[in-house]
Design a protein around this ligand. Sequence first.
Ligand code: PLP
Length: 488
Amino acid sequence: MDVEEFRVRGKEMVDYICTYMTTIRSRRVTPSVEPGYLRAALPSEAPEYPESWDDVMCDVENKIMPGVTHWQHPRFHAYFPSGNAYPSILGDMLSAGIGCIGFSWAASPACTELEIIILDWLGKAIGLPPAFLALEEGSKGGGVIEGSASECVLVSMLAARANGIKRLKHQFPTVDEGLLLTKLIAYCSKEAHSCVEKAAMISFVKMRILQPDENGSLRGETLKQAMEEDEEAGLVPFFVATTLGTTACCSFDNLTEIGPVVRKFPCVWLHVDAAYAGSAFLCPEHKYHLAGVEYADSFNTNPNKLMLTNFDCSLLWVTNRYLLTSALVVDPLYLQHCYDHTAIDYRHWGVPLSRRFRSLKLWFMLRSYGITGLQKYVRRHCELAKYFEQLVKKDERFEICNQVKLGLVCFRLLGGPEETPEQVDELNKKLLTNINASGKMHMVPASVRDRYVIRFCVVYQHASREDIEIAWDIITEFATELLEGPDK
Ligand code: PLP
C-alpha cells in the first residue's frame, strides 16, 4: 500500500467505523459462534501473494464481525465500560502513524514529556495529593501509562518487593536473598481483582487474602490482626493492595482505617487499585471515596474504563519514583543518553521496554471534552445505574445485592421461601444463561457474599433512560418466562 492508497483506504476505514458505530444496534450483542469458528473460515496458511484490500475488508465483515462481541452495543452490560470516544480513537491513530517507541526521553522527547504532563493534569483532576505529581516542587512522585491495571499492580508489587528485600538484607547481610524472599507476605481483600493474586504469583511472594466486611470493604482491624499474626510467626509484611471500586460489586476498602495500620509497620507499601472507580473522582461528589489516599505509595486507574478513552490506557502514580525505578533498572549502553540523569526514562517504570505514544489520546480527550465534559459522562453513567436500581427495587421478585455507588448494580431473583440458597443461585444462573443466549443483551455474574448475583453495568457511551428501560424489559421478560413458563 503506497501513501496515495493509504489516503483513500484510511478514509474508507473511518467511514467503516462510523457505519459500524451507527448501525451497531442492528447486530446481536454477543456472537453465536462456537470455538474454532474462524479456523474453519480462514485458510490454514498465510497468503503467498498480496491480496486486494477490498477482499480483506470483505472478510472483516463476513468472517471477523460474526465472531465479535460488541462492547460498544447499547445492550452490552457486562464487565465495566470500555471507553472508545472518537478523539481517543484519533489519538491512537496518530500514535500509530507517528510510530515512535518512547522508551526513554531521548527516544522521543515529546512522548515522555506529554505523558508526564498529562499524568500530572489527571492526578490533580482526580484529587491525588501533590506527592503523586512529578512536576510539583520537591516531589519525588510521578505517573506513567502502563498497558493494564494488572501491570500497574505488578510493578508496584515488584518495587515493594525490592524495597522489602533491601531492608531485610540490611538487617541480615549474610542471609541469601532467596531465603529473605520466603519471609515476605502481601495482603489484599477477597474482593480484590484476581490480578493482585497473579502479581504475587509472578513476584513469588506469599499472599494473604482477607475477609472484607458485609459491604465488601476491607477494614483496618482485619488487616491489623493479620499483619500482627504474621509478624509474630516470623513473616515480614511488605505490600497491601486495596481497591476502590471492586470488580464484583464496586465496593470500597476503608483507606482511612487501613492507612494508619500500614504506617505502623516499617516499609510496607500501600497500593490503591481504582481501575474502574478512579475516573469518577473527577467529580467532586465522588472524591470522598479517596479519603485516606494520602497514606498510599501507589495508585492506579484505567481511563479505558470510565474516562471514555480506548484501551490500552492504565495510569499508575507513585509517591517515590526512585523506589519504583530502582526495582526495574537495567541499563545497557545502547539505551543510555546524555540526559538520562535529569530526564524521566519510562523504560525503568514498567516491564516492557517499548511503549507507544499513549498520552496523545488522553491529551485529545482532555482537550475535546474538558474536565466538565468527562464529569458529565460520569454523572450520567451513575444516574442511570441509580435508575436501574429503582426499577429493580420496584419488582418484588428481585433484590439488590450491592450498595450502588457508581455505575454497577448487582441484583438477583429472590426465589421462593421454600428454595435453598443453592437453588436460588441456580435460578439466577439460569436466568442469566437464558438472557445471554438470546443475544439480546449481555451481562456477567459475580459472587457477592458467596451468592450468585447478576452484574448490570451501565456501559454504552450514549446510554439513555430508554436504554435502561429496554434492558429491564428484557430481564423481566426472561424472569417471567423462567418463573411462570411451561418449564417451571
Ligand atoms: N482491578 C480492578 C478493580 C478491575 O476491575 C480490573 C478489571 O476489570 C482490573 C484490576 C484488571 O484490569 P486490566 O484488564 O487493565 O488488567
